[in-house]
Design a protein around this ligand. Structure first.
Ligand SMILES: Cc1cc2nc3c(=O)[nH]c(=O)nc-3n(C[C@H](O)[C@H](O)[C@H](O)COP(=O)(O)O)c2cc1C
Length: 352
């Protein structure tokens, strides 16, 4: 029997969070549709500059009066340094640039956004909630969010990361199992030492912290939601399932791949961004497999891949996906939330 403390914290009806999608795959329509259906919508803003972040929060507030979260990535040490051997990394991708008739980005185009400036803009825009991945936000961000009444949500891939997030004063924690789609958010140990599956992670995190726990990774239907609640989670965060809905920003080819013959095959790869992320393997992943350990770290590899991504060829773009992709199907976000609620009640057999 779960309490309704997550619903109360977030001001929602159902303990179902639509996970944020960075890299342009979130949409205002998706976050708003989930919020309007009684779930919790999110928007991944890590590539946005401060002006875009302010506009985004205004757009979300115009689209729904219900609560939602905007998500940022915590920067890693050295992330804003241009590598000395950039030319070598460009040369590795040159055959692809040539094939698609595009140019490599210049050294001045490869750095990501400045987190401090993004966080200031987001705090000033006062979204109902801010969520974070890849680390613990600095103290000033947590304090200012609290002062402004903004709920804060961290993301943990291990028990020790969940404990660190609670100790930093965040209001809730996403326990993100290695089944999940998109980037791994490990920040205390290397990703390869932080690959705990959702089923093992959730009950251990629930035992270790007293803030609400949101289970993420491999949950795509009501059976998964019921299992997560049974394991001690207060709610779930679903990514891939919502990526498959009509309102998501994923391309038609990406959505088709989520239901395609290879949807049950996913790999963790650094090849698209320089940071481990789970994707459906395609031709690019297979051709470049030998360079998994050699590509430069995020955000450099991510920037080097942008011209190739913009060419939009499914064989060469990142088809991010979690391990439960084959359980998803195309439909509206509203229909999906309603189905999740009905299936969960059925799976719990009146225990909800
Ligand atoms: C395309 C894609 C992009 C994602 N981008 C982010 C992000 O920017 N920030 C974040 O905290 N989580 C991100 N995630 C993780 C999701 O929000 C969610 O936690 C995860 O997808 C849950 O696992 P599932 O895909 O098995 O449902 C992303 C996931 C996907 C599939």
């Amino acid at each position: 029997m779960n309490s309704r403390r997550l619903e109360e914290l977030l001001g929602i009806e159902h303990p179902i969070v639509q996970g944020p999608f960075g890299g342009g795959l979130s949409s205002v329509a998706l976050a708003a549709a989930v919020a309007e259906a009684g779930g919790f919508g999110s928007y991944g803003a890590h590539i946005m500059d401060p002006e875009r972040i302010a506009e985004l929060v205004a757009d979300l507030k115009a689209a729904t009066v219900r609560p939602f979260a905007v998500n940022l990535w915590i920067p890693q040490p050295g992330e804003r340094d241009v590598p000395g051997d950039l030319a070598r990394h460009v040369a590795r991708l040159q055959p692809y640039y040539d094939e698609f008739g595009v140019s490599a980005p210049g050294a001045d185009e490869i750095l990501g956004q400045d987190f401090g400036v993004q966080a200031e803009a987001l705090l000033a825009a006062e979204p109902p909630a801010m969520s974070f991945v890849m680390g613990v936000p600095p103290e000033w961000v947590v304090a200012e969010a609290r002062r402004r009444g903004i709920v804060t949500i961290g993301t943990a891939t291990t028990v020790e990361e969940a404990v660190a997030i609670e100790a930093a004063g965040l209001d809730a924690v996403v326990a993100s199992g290695s089944d999940a789609g998109g980037h791994r958010g490990a920040f205390l140990r290397p990703v390869t030492e932080s690959l705990v599956g959702t089923f093992a992670l959730v009950p251990q995190v629930a035992d270790a912290v007293s803030i609400p726990v949101i289970a993420a990774g491999g949950i795509a239907d009501g059976r998964g939601v019921a299992a997560a609640l049974t394991l001690g989670a207060d709610g779930v965060q679903i990514g891939t399932g919502f990526l498959a809905t009509a309102e998501s920003g994923a391309s038609a080819a990406h959505k088709a791949a989520l239901h395609g013959p290879e949807a049950h095959i996913t790999v963790l790869t650094r090849l698209f961004s320089g940071r481990h992320a789970r994707a459906i393997p395609n031709r690019f992943v297979r051709e470049m497999a030998a360079f998994e350990d050699e590509v430069p770290p995020y955000p450099v590899q991510n920037a080097l891949m942008l011209p190739i991504r913009r060419a939009g060829r499914p064989d060469y773009v990142n088809l991010w996906s979690g391990q439960a992709a084959a359980l998803t199907r195309p439909r509206s976000a509203k229909d999906y939330v309603e189905a999740l609620v009905a299936e969960t009640e059925k799976a719990l057999g009146g225990r909800a």
